[in-house]
Design a protein around this ligand. Structure first.
Ligand code: DQA
Length: 150
């Protein structure tokens, strides 16, 4: 199973950026977390990673995933979560099942803007507040939904 993990703006320096909010781990921790969660099934999952600070590059990468028939997407759109109709439109038309991930628990953040997501309504579901573990949990969810039909 081919899964694309895609991060939006300001998510290129995880572990360094405001660790009190976003945690101390970087994306390099994700493969080991996936391996721990999936056990022997991890070998059947191929992960691709992409990060960009620009909205257009994120959309271009999602369109490429559609062309490549990627089977699942894990996306943290960063601040574009709250602002980008363009990204939401792209996720809607490409039709690849996706899980939205946020490192922080958006419901607990003080800024009201962070409580709204334009991109979440079409997601299978959202994970927020688990740090980088959230990406691995999202991969596990995509795997289970496709293979174990839970
Ligand atoms: C974030 C939450 C967003 O509000 C913020 O703009 C980010 C990161 C998160 O992972 O908690 O850049 O998506």
């Amino acid at each position: 199973m081919e899964i694309l993990i895609i991060n939006g703006p300001n998510l290129g320096h995880l572990g360094v950026r405001q660790p009190e909010i976003y945690g101390v781990q970087g994306m390099d921790a994700v493969p080991a977390l996936v391996a721990a969660l999936l056990g022997p099934n991890a070998a059947a999952v191929r992960l691709a990673f992409f990060q960009s600070n620009s909205e257009g590059a994120l959309i271009d990468r999602l369109e490429q995933a559609w062309k490549e028939r990627v089977e699942g997407i894990v996306i943290n759109p960063g601040a574009y979560t709250h602002t980008s109709l363009a990204l939401a439109d792209c996720l809607a038309w490409i039709g690849i099942p996706y899980v939205e991930v946020h490192l922080s628990n958006l419901a607990a953040r003080p800024e009201p803007m962070r409580h709204t997501s334009l991109t979440a309504p079409r997601a299978i579901g959202t994970l927020a507040g688990f740090g980088v573990l959230g990406y691995a949990l999202a991969v596990q969810a995509l795997w289970q939904l496709q293979h174990a039909k839970v």
